[in-house]
Design a binder for this molecule. Structure first.
Ligand code: FES
Length: 102
């Protein structure tokens, strides 16, 4: 085993669990689109290597999905849509600016 610091400044975990409509689930409600949009926008903003977009399993709050969280802060977003992605990236940039001010 090798232990090291995480290589990314922030991780954006998006639940992509899909129950195909049998019960509420994030991917059935569009979370795969959110992942693709996050990846597109992080690439456009040159955040590759700083931000990792992670496809997550069920985060256990399915009724409020699509769910995602920003780590290490543990900020949680529920009922996220593709249209929310620019706002989420702005939040990331605010956190990064706060890091740099330390
Ligand atoms: S299916 Fe996304 S939190 Fe459970």
């Amino acid at each position: 085993m090798i232990e090291r610091q995480q290589p990314y400044i922030r991780q954006l975990h998006v639940c992509i669990n899909n129950r195909n409509g049998e019960s509420k689930s994030c991917a059935f409600d569009g979370s795969e689109e959110i992942v693709e949009e996050l990846r597109k926008v992080t690439k456009e903003r040159n955040l590759k290597g700083k931000v990792r977009v992670v496809r997550s399993g069920c985060l256990d709050v399915c009724a409020f999905g699509p769910n995602m969280m920003i780590w290490p802060e543990g900020l949680w977003y529920m009922k996220v849509t593709k249209e929310d992605v620019p706002q989420i990236i702005e939040k990331y940039l605010t956190l990064e600016a706060a890091d740099q001010a330390k």
